[in-house]
Design a protein around this ligand. Structure first.
Ligand SMILES: [Zn+2]
Length: 130
């Protein structure tokens, strides 16, 4: 009878576990809505940051290319400033000599231009450091 009365008054009788289930469902809906909501300002900021990063990367690449183009990779006595490293390439079973310029950080690899010219020039160190 009590149920009937509550029903008429608009009140609902439920067990504690019913209530817990209802609350859990409501919370889960709210969390889902929160996760799906994308703040337009946040979305715009992300897009702007991505664009800035791409611009920065292009600038960095241009700076690097410029720095490399301005470097002779040589010391005043015409010895090479390149640090050569012999790397064993396991997949090919060969040793590849690669270099890094101490002046501009240009990477010299057999597949890249300028390698054959530079690999012939003495570092003046007879392999004793750079
Ligand atoms: Zn250089």
């Amino acid at each position: 009878m009590a149920d009937q009365k509550n029903h008429e008054s608009g009140a609902v009788t439920m067990t504690q576990s019913d209530l817990a289930a209802v609350v859990a469902a409501a919370v889960s809906q709210a969390v889902k809505a929160q996760n799906e909501y994308k703040d337009p300002e946040v979305v715009a900021n992300k897009a702007r940051m991505r664009a800035n990063m791409q611009t920065q990367q292009k600038d960095n690449l241009r700076n690097k290319e410029y720095r490399e183009s301005q470097c002779s990779h040589l010391r005043e006595n015409n010895s090479s400033r390149i640090a050569w490293i012999d790397n064993y390439v396991a997949s090919k079973g060969v040793v590849i000599r690669e270099g890094f310029c101490m002046g501009c950080e240009k990477h010299f690899h057999p597949d890249k231009e300028g390698y054959m010219e530079m690999v012939r020039i003495s570092t003046g160190m007879n392999g004793q450091g750079f």
